[in-house]
Ligand binder design. Structure first.
Ligand code: URP
Ligand code: ZN
Ligand code: ZN
Length: 463
């Protein structure tokens, strides 16, 4: 299968220019003006952007969590990804008690086998840090193709600080990257007890129970362990102005600390928890939504390069049936998480680029090029000869009103219901094959389930 994209504006992190792109099989084979390679399909891309497919490095597909499961499996989750212009996902793989990291990887790969519509990889999450598991980091970095490791400073399955230091040392030695969910569990436990005593159990108090300083303190502590070990770290779903400030200060002192934020922390704020009819439960996620001041600080963090990646933390639970399963009378029992895999590109383009908050090149950097570099996806993230033909033909003028019924995620709501976006994919290609297209009113999936592959990633290269 070959495709010739004619006359589009190619956008990479480094700039944009008008040219033709020829893809043959999985790869981009040529870029130039007036290419006339014979092709099975010719796409008129005049007036459209030719973007590298977005990469979502923070998803929780079919993950057991808080007594239930995140609802998208590899099939529904990657169909939704394809429809949103996401052509690669890196999914979290939570190690179970007694498992090795390799066993955890094989277990999740078996779930994905034959189901994925776009390429994927895995980040093992270390939850049972036995000495032999810590030793396995070397193989995970160098043989299994999974050189990034998630740890949690919160939840029952959190690791202690000593384990964090050991993992930092191992990843430094073997080309890995620790990714951390940074919140101070003791602050949260204390706040939960106080709020419980006062009978404050509505969804709004989820935010109150997890103040900005809980994130700030945990990032500070993590940064000190990085300093001590001389390693590096990646903060997942950074949400607060204060947390970002710690990241900036540490980077200014030469500490290798990287960070991602998510569309929800850029676009939504804690007022959402006050929506009537218990609607606030839709936004119960950790860390919680913050204030508008934090939203603005995070946009500035993207512009200034202190945040390198935008990911979704896609972790969907139905509003009717899951969020209210046990949590109706107590925010602590509402499954934490929200959907977002399908709306990543359109929300960041519309609210970021179209509204002048970030440049188009910055968007491509934080959704594609920078993400590929961070996570060792060497064939992804760029429109360049030799890279995978993961391509989004994007119409920057197409309008769309975001609504759950026109999305493909396996969940009964979207946090962006009613947002009027400017800019939609016209067609999305994953390794040279069309996986979705705009049908005049919404995106439709036209790909092949099972064509996605597990991608072995390269060890981390500090930058
Ligand atoms: O609320 C969230 N973020 N749920 C998913 C698990 C996690 O902490 O990333
Ligand atoms: Zn987390
Ligand atoms: Zn997450």
């Amino acid at each position: 299968m070959s495709v010739l994209f004619k006359g589009g504006t190619i956008v990479n992190a480094t700039g944009r220019y008008v040219a033709d792109v020829f893809a043959d099989g999985d790869k981009i084979k040529a870029i130039g003006t007036d290419l006339d390679n014979p092709a099975d399909e010719v796409v008129n891309a005049k007036g459209l952007y030719v973007l590298p497919g977005a990469i979502d490095p923070h998803t929780h597909l079919c993950m057991p969590f808080m007594g239930t499961y995140a609802q998208d499996d590899y099939e529904t989750g990657t169909i939704a990804a394809a429809c949103g212009g996401v052509t690669c996902v890196v999914d979290f793989d939570l190690q179970q008690k007694g498992e090795t990291l390799l066993e955890a990887i094989e277990r999740k790969k078996a779930l994905a086998e034959g189901k994925v519509a776009v390429d994927y990889s895995l980040h093992p999450a270390v939850m049972d840090p036995r000495p032999e598991v810590i030793e396995e980091v070397k193989k995970a970095c160098q043989d299994y193709g999974t050189p990034s490791f998630k740890i949690f400073m919160v939840y029952d399955f959190r690791v202690d600080d000593a384990t964090m230091i050991k993992l930092l040392e191992q990843t430094k030695a073997h080309g890995g990257l620790v990714q951390v969910h940074a919140e101070n569990v003791h602050v949260i436990d204390y706040m939960n007890a106080v709020l419980e005593k006062e009978g404050k159990l509505d969804p709004y108090y989820h935010a109150v129970s997890r103040p900005n300083l809980a994130e700030e303190e945990a990032i500070y502590r993590a940064s000190k362990m990085v300093e001590m070990s001389g390693s590096r770290i990646y903060i997942v779903h950074l949400s607060s102005k204060e947390g970002l400030w710690i990241v900036k200060q540490a980077r200014d002192r030469g500490i290798k600390i990287y960070a991602e934020t998510c569309p929800q922390y850029l676009l939504l704020d804690e007022e959402r928890y006050k929506e009537p009819d218990w609607n606030g439960a839709k936004y119960v996620m950790s860390p919680p939504l913050r204030t508008k001041e934090s939203n603005e600080a995070l946009w500035e963090g993207l512009r200034g390069g202190d945040l390198q990646v935008v990911a979704t933390d896609h972790c969907p639970f139905d509003f009717n049936g899951k969020k209210d399963m046990n949590g109706k009378d107590d925010y602590k029992k509402i499954p934490n998480g929200a959907p977002g895999i399908e709306t990543l590109l359109i929300m960041i383009h519309s609210e970021g680029v179209a509204k002048g908050r970030i440049t188009l090149e910055k968007m491509v950097d934080v959704l594609s090029c920078g993400t590929a570099r961070m996570f060792g996806l060497k064939d992804k993230g760029e429109i360049a000869v030799g890279k995978d033909a993961d391509i989004v033909v994007f119409d920057p003028a197409q309008k769309f009103t975001v609504t759950q019924s026109k999305l493909h995620m396996n969940v009964d709501y979207t946090p962006y219901e009613g947002f009027e976006v400017t800019g939609m994919p016209k067609a999305v290609y994953a390794r040279g094959k069309k996986v979705s297209q705009w049908n005049g009113s919404q995106m439709e999936f036209v790909g092949e389930i099972g064509r996605g592959r597990f991608i072995k990633r390269e060890p981390f290269q500090p930058f």
